[in-house]
Write a protein that binds this ligand. Structure first.
Ligand SMILES: Nc1ncnc2c1ncn2[C@@H]1O[C@H](COP(=O)(O)OP(=O)(O)OP(=O)(O)O)[C@@H](O)[C@H]1O
Ligand SMILES: Nc1nc2c(c(=O)[nH]1)N[C@H]1C(S)=C(S)[C@@H](COP(=O)(O)O)O[C@H]1N2
Length: 203
């Protein structure tokens, strides 16, 4: 029987939001939602209910989608796109507008990680916030940036060279009263203080 069939892991609802004028109007195919869904499915042992949204770079519409997803019980909401300096890039403003708390460490670490991949990493103004029981994190719009920032940089032998931000997500979600997230270590090794580690179910 699989872990899911045995109910070994809490179920989690995750909002995934691709913010792109061109993908949302059909000028090009959206690669943001598939990349988010693929990475989360590879990384998490928990059964995931995805809530996908594909929307244009409009501040009010982005804020409305984030509020709707947080109110619908998404413990985690990941956005992709609209974090740069272009006039239509307003994802950070839309995210901060619905925040109860800002979590600056996520943006700082993502820019640090991304510098290992591209010198233009400093152009991303990405933020992370808490709204109620939801952690909302902005990722850059380049589809490859999703795995890069969540997973970090690995050496040729698979050991971690730079930590991805997802390592800190499960404990953050514990602290805001969400489900207990568990990861596949080959993709991402989550960190929790010893006192916060729960004994495996069914052991
Ligand atoms: N949802 C997406 N699907 C596929 N490719 C994307 C997507 N979003 C961004 N990209 C790619 O990453 C590049 C940089 O993303 P950015 O968010 O800056 O897009 P943009 O230039 O603001 O345009 P748009 O909002 O229309 O996607 C884009 O030019 C495009 O090649
Ligand atoms: N990991 C990673 N971070 C990245 C990039 C990337 O390709 N990989 N692109 C950068 C670029 S070119 C820009 S302009 C900013 C903002 O991108 P966005 O407007 O698509 O969110 O993210 C930066 N961060």
């Amino acid at each position: 029987m699989s872990d899911v069939q045995q109910n070994l892991h809490d179920a989690v609802k995750v909002g995934i939001v691709s913010i792109s004028d061109r993908a949302s109007s059909g000028v090009y195919e959206d690669k943001g939602l598939p990349a988010l869904q693929d990475w989360l499915t590879r990384a998490l042992k928990n059964p995931i209910q995805f809530e996908p949204r594909l929307i244009p770079d409009e501040q009010a519409g982005i804020s409305a989608a984030l509020v709707e997803l947080a109110d619908a019980g998404c413990s985690l909401v990941l956005t992709t796109g609209g974090t740069g300096p272009a006039l239509r890039d307003v994802t950070p403003e839309a995210t901060l507008a619905v925040a109860d708390k800002e979590m600056p460490g996520f943006g700082e670490q993502m820019r640090q990680i991304s510098l290992a991949f591209v010198p233009t990493a400093i152009l991303s103004r990405q933020v992370a916030v808490i709204r109620g029981h939801s952690l909302i994190i902005n990722l850059p719009g380049q589809p490859k940036a999703i795995a890069e920032t969540l997973e970090g940089l690995k050496n040729a032998d698979g050991t971690q060279a730079v930590n991805g931000i997802f390592a800190a997500v499960p404990y953050c979600i514990d602290l805001i009263g969400g489900p207990y997230l568990e990861t596949h270590e080959a993709v991402c090794k989550a960190f929790r203080p010893k006192s916060a580690i729960r004994a495996p179910r069914g052991a």
